[in-house]
Design a protein around this ligand. Structure first.
Ligand SMILES: Nc1ncnc2c1ncn2[C@@H]1O[C@H](COP(=O)(O)OP(=O)(O)O)[C@@H](O)[C@H]1O
Ligand SMILES: [Mg+2]
Length: 172
């Protein structure tokens, strides 16, 4: 029980100083070693690297390694960061990098508005160099854009609740 309720507060700003000196040590993604996209088996496009360069300047990247450690040690974490720091677009991709989508598991990221879920999914698919609706998709009322191979899904709170009806423990 104690395990379950253990929480840690994490402030992105607070760790910025610690990690800004370590930036060069942070591996952008496991993917980069091969130049092949492990999700599609295809070589990365030039656009992928162009976007990656910009992504890596986002504050979320400075917290990547520390986030990994916190996730290893805690069941629940609260991550706080400024608007535009990369919480929505970067952190779910970090989770993919860390292996959270292995064994057919999926990552759900809720957004307050339908449009936000849709547009952020489009952006993340672009960042990951995959086709929207395949590895990365979205689910909003009256519109599903995912398949059974989708492992990162952006959705509204309402749609997550709907999923909880068929999968109450959110096993997936
Ligand atoms: N559609 C987009 N096109 C270009 N850049 C984008 C797009 N969406 C987000 N970004 C960039 O990604 C950064 C991180 O956005 P986001 O992950 O939504 O931040 P947060 O969720 O922390 O507010 C933004 O600062 C912005 O520069
Ligand atoms: Mg956000």
């Amino acid at each position: 029980m104690e395990e379950f309720t253990k929480k840690k507060r994490f402030n992105l700003q607070e760790f910025e100083n610690t990690f800004s000196n370590n930036r060069q040590k942070i591996k952008p993604t496991e993917n980069l070693d091969t130049n092949y996209n492990i999700h599609t088996g295809r070589p990365f496009s030039q656009k992928y690297f162009d976007i990656l360069e910009k992504r890596m300047t986002l504050p979320a990247w400075e917290a990547k390694e520390h986030l990994k450690k916190l996730l290893d040690e805690n069941q629940v974490i609260i991550l706080q960061g400024e608007t535009g720091s990369g919480k929505t677009t970067q952190v779910p991709q970090f989770l993919v990098d860390f292996g959270f989508t292995q064994n057919k598991k999926g990552i759900a990221c809720t957004q307050p508005r339908r449009v936000a879920a849709m547009s952020v999914a489009r952006r993340v698919a672009e960042e990951m160099d995959v086709k929207l609706g395949e590895e990365v998709g979205y689910s909003i009322r009256f519109e599903d854009c995912f398949t059974n191979k989708t492992f990162l899904k952006y959705l509204t709170d309402g749609m997550l609740l709907r999923e909880a009806i068929t999968d109450p423990l959110l096993n997936k």
